[in-house]
Ligand binder design. Structure first.
Ligand SMILES: Nc1ncnc2c1ncn2[C@@H]1O[C@H](COP(=O)(O)OP(=O)(O)OP(=O)(O)O)[C@@H](O)[C@H]1O
Ligand SMILES: [Mg+2]
Length: 358
């Protein structure tokens, strides 16, 4: 899978322009606030997902204009395809190979990508919900039934919690709790099984990418940490506490993923560069698993990844991700000097220009 050509009109600060990236590594450099992330965001939208910046649609249109338009020519499923996105009246609509598709989510699965942006560092630094979300969103993409399994779990959890809050006033409801416990543990155990299996599959490619990024000097591993060994039993044993708190204390909504760099818990011990490397390895491993399933290598967007990485780690990203088309933004063109092949672009005030090889 790769981007052949992108053109834009009135997308954020990108007025009108186009570019033809290479199939390998594309470095986009420029000073702060010139439009580098905007360009990556423009391409990312073709995945059909929300902006990785969590932007509202209206924010995507150049200030003072009423609509933004993007067009991407990309290679997928063994043929050239064209998709268009229009943002107008606070809505995003899409067209694929000349056929209007309505909402942009219709593009899901047509153009696949993974993205790293500095906000994703909270995957290591932040609380457990972000790690659960990482696993859940990967599973939603890969396992057709997972999204409905997860929403079944969440619905049941919501109902059990509502019941917990009613029990103090209606003691007789205590007896109905058992039914919810049974249902919740059935959903919950399936969620846990799927998440554990996904992490197991992820660990080999993630360890491989991490070894590459760290020049084999460090290791990456992780384990799924359950909030209760036996969910059914925990629900039964903790009923009293649950009624008092009005919340369900055990279950996949409380589970976490423990990440280790060379055996030490990354959240507590990893350095800035190691945390970056962990998130990168996880994202690349996610891309790798996705590609094993679809037969297509997703495009890799690395926004502002170079800072805090030493020369060897930068070299890995510039020269060793040969299987993927990569878009990498950075402030200094100097970092790209180590790049052995690939293309260099400069972003200035929303205008992109190709920089010929030195
Ligand atoms: N809808 C919009 N209309 C006009 N300008 C916009 C719009 N949205 C964002 N911008 C401008 O785009 C610029 C930011 O672009 P972007 O985030 O891509 O910068 P960047 O090159 O990635 O910078 P950095 O290196 O700081 O990350 C800002 O000047 C911002 O005001
Ligand atoms: Mg940026």
């Amino acid at each position: 899978m790769n981007v052949r050509r992108l053109s834009w009109n009135h997308f954020r600060n990108l007025r009108a322009g186009e570019f033809e990236p290479c199939a390998g590594v594309n470095v986009i450099y420029g000073q702060n606030a010139q439009g580098k992330t905007n360009l990556l965001e423009a391409m990312w939208l073709f995945t059909g997902e929300r902006s990785f910046r969590g932007a509202k649609d209206a924010e995507l249109v150049l200030q003072g204009e009423t609509a933004a338009a993007l067009r991407m020519d990309f290679w997928s499923e063994g043929r050239g395809q064209t998709a268009k996105i229009t943002v107008a009246e606070g809505r995003r609509t899409a067209e694929l190979n000349g056929i209007p598709k309505g909402a942009c989510s219709a593009l899901t699965g047509k153009f696949c990508a993974v993205v790293f942006s500095p906000e994703h560092l909270s995957l290591v630094r932040g609380g457990p919900s972000l790690r659960r979300e990482f696993v859940d969103s990967a599973l939603c993409q890969m396992k057709p039934g997972y999204a409905s399994l997860l929403s079944g779990y969440n619905r049941t959890l919501f109902q059990r919690n509502a019941l917990l809050k009613d029990i103090p006033r209606h003691a007789e409801l205590m007896d109905t709790l058992e039914i919810w416990d049974e249902r919740l543990s059935q959903f919950g155990e399936r969620v846990i099984r799927q998440r554990t299996a996904y992490l197991k599959a992820l660990s080999e490619p993630a360890a491989g990418f991490y070894a590459g990024i760290s020049s084999n000097r460090e290791t990456l591993s992780f384990v799924y940490r359950k909030s209760a060994e036996d969910l059914r039993r925990a629900l039964a044993e903790e009923r009293r506490e649950d009624v008092l708190s009005g919340h369900t204390g055990a279950g996949p909504h409380r589970d976490d993923v423990d990440i280790f760099v060379s055996g030490l818990n990354a959240r507590a011990y990893a350095s800035q560069g190691q945390k970056r490397s962990v998130v990168l390895a996880l994202k690349l491993a996610e891309a790798e698993l996705l590609s094993r399933m679809t037969g297509e290598k997703p495009v890799v967007f690395l926004d502002d990844v170079m800072s805090e990485l030493d020369a060897r780690r930068q070299d890995y990203l510039l020269n060793h991700l040969t299987e993927f088309q990569v878009f990498l933004s950075c402030c200094e063109p100097g970092a790209a000097r180590q790049m052995k092949s690939g293309a260099l672009f400069r972003m200035e005030d929303g205008a992109l220009s190709a920089v010929p090889p030195a």
